[in-house]
Design a protein around this ligand. Sequence first.
Ligand code: PRX
Length: 647
Amino acid sequence: MVDMIESVLHEDRVFKAAVGEGACFSSMGDYHAMCRRFEEDYEGTWADLARTHLRWREAFTQDLDDSNPPFYRWFADGALNVAENCLDRHVQAGLGERTAIVWEGEQGEVRHLTYAYLLEQVCRAANVMHSLGVEAGDRVVIYMPMIPETAIAMLACARIGATHSVVFGAFSSSSLRDRIEDAAARLVITADGGARRGGVHALKPFVDEALSEGCHTVEHLLVVKHAGCDVSWKAGRDCDWHSLLAESSPECAAIALPSEHPLFILYTSGSTGKPKGIVHSTAGYLLWARLTMLWSFDYRPDQDVFWCTADVGWITGHTYLIYGPLVCGGTTVMYEGVPTYPDAGRVWQICERLSVSVFYTAPTAIRALIKAGDVWPNRSDLSSLRVLGTVGEPINPEAWMWYYRVIGKERCPIVDTWWQTETGGHMLVPLPFAMATKPGSAALPLPGIQVEIVDEEGGKVSHGGGLLVVTKPWPSMLRGVWGDPARYVETYWNLFDGQYYIAGDGARRDGDGYFWIMGRVDDVLNVSGHRLGTMEIESALVSHHAVAEAAVVGRADDLKGEAICAFVVLKESRVDALTLRKHVAAEIGPIAKPDDIYLVEGLPKTRSGKIMRRLLRDIVMKRDIVQDVSTLEDRAVIEHILATPVQ
Ligand code: PRX
C-alpha cells in the first residue's frame, strides 16, 4: 500500500495519491484542468465559481477591482448575506432537520443542533442584538468558550451586518481590552465560563476587568450562563443571553450586504507593535471557505462528519469549524474541552462515537497524542475516517508518519494545509485523491492561487529557498488592517513595491515543484500552532516594574514546535522567573509565558544599539555562534550570557 516513488531533499518518502471514488479532484489531470481554467481567464473563473457556489441577493457585474492596489475588491457591486448562505439556503432546500453542529462538552454532554434550530437561534440572537442597539457596521467582540452559542453569536452578527471580532478565550483582560478598544466594539458577548480539564475556566471576570478601564464604546455585555459559576452582574450593562433570546422573535430577515462588507476582524501577531486586526470580506471569504472545504477535504456535506479541533478564536476555527462546513450544509463537530481530558483517548473516542470522517488538527496536538502512546487510538474504531488534515505549523515527518499509519491506517490521505489568518483559507494543499504526498510538504497551490518563491531582490527562485509570496490577488485575501491602512501596505506589500503579497514565511521547492515551508522569516514565533510576536512578549516583560530590558527568541521544541526564550535584564530589584511568567500571562495570556528565562546583566547589541537576536537564537539552540560578532559593543556580555543558567 505504501508506495515509495522517489527521493527528494532530506525527506525522500513519497506516497501515491489514495483512490477516492467520485472525488472532487481525482487525478492530477483534474487539478491541471482547473488550473488551466484560471490561466485562461483568471477573473472570469473566480466569478463563475462565485455565481455557482454562493447565493446572491444582487448579482455582481464586477469581478476584480484592482484600481487601487493593494486594496483589492472582489465582486464589489454584488450583495449577499453570509448567515443566509450558511442557514436559510439549506433549510429552504429541505435540509432543516440535518445536524449542523454536534457539540460535545467535556463531561460528555452532547447537543445536536439542526439547521432549522440553528437558524431560529441565530434569528433570536440577531433580534436581541438589534434590541441592544447593534446595527449594521457596528463591531461586536465575542469572548467565548467552545459552545454552540459562539457560532450563533457569529452568525447573528453576520445576519445583521455587524462585524464580529472573536477573541481567544485564553487571552488576558488586557489583551481583550486592547482588541475591544481597537475595534471600538459596541457589544461584547461572553459566557460565565467554560470547561477546562475537569474544572471551570471563568471568562466573565476577565471581561469585567477589561471593561473597568477605557472601552467607552461598549454599551452592553451579553452573557451566556453556561458553566454555572458565580459572576458579578452590572445592572443596566449586563444582559442574560438565554432570557433575552427566549423573549425575542424567532424571525429576523437577513439583510443584503455588499460583497466587500467586513464580515469579521481577527487579531493576529506580527513582528512589530500590537496585534493587528485582519479584516475579511463577506463574499470573497465565504466563497473560499466553501471551495476549500470541497476541494481540500473532498468534503461531501451529505455524508461527511467533519471535525476541526481548532478553537473558534483562531482563523482555523472561523473558516473550518464554522463558516466552511456550514456554507456547505454539512455537519461540524465542536468539542469544548481539552483533547486529552480525561485521558488521551478522548479524541479517538469522539471520532468513533460521532463517526467522524474528516479530521483536521494541528501538528502540536498530534505530537502530544503520539507521546501518550498508540494504545489510545488503538482502543477506538477509526474506520469512519477518510481524510486527515493538519494546519498551523510545519509537521515533522515522524508526526506525519504516525498520523498516516496509526490514525489513517495508511488509507487516509494526509492533507497538510499551509495558509494564514491573512489568507482566509487554504493556499497550499496536497489535494486528497489527486496528489502524491510527501511527509512535511504542503505540496502545491490550490487552483486559482498563484504562489512563488523569491529571493531578497524579488527574483523568482525555481529551486532552493526564499520568501513565499502570492503574486495575484485572490478573493479571500485580507482586505486590510483594521483602522491602519498604512500598516497593511507596509507589512504585506512594501518589500517588493506592491508587486507581491509577502507571507512572512520562508519556503523551498523540490524537483516536483512541491513546496516545503521553512517557518517564519520575521520575528514571529509559532508556539503550539499559536502565532506570537517576539516584540509583544518583550513589551509585556518590560511593562513589569523590575524589568529594564528584554529580548525574546524562539528555540526548537519537540512538542510545541517552538518554545519561548526570554533574556531579561533587571533593574536593581530582584524578581524571579515565576513572577515574570505570571506577569506575561496576565499581560497577554498563558500561551505567551516564556519557557526559558535567562536573567542576564546585559543584552548583546550592535554599536548602534540593535539587539543581536540571531546571536541569542544561536545560544538557545546551542549552535556555534556563526554571526560576525565584530560589531558587538561589549563582548563580555556574551560570556556572561553563556554562563547564565536557564530558569
Ligand atoms: O508560519 C506559517 C504557519 O502559521 C503561520 C500562520 O499563522 P496563523 O495566521 O495563526 O494561521 C494559522 C492557521 C492557518 C504561517 O505564516 N503555518 C500555517 N500552516 C502551516 C504553517 N507552517 C507550515 N505548514 C503549515 N501547514
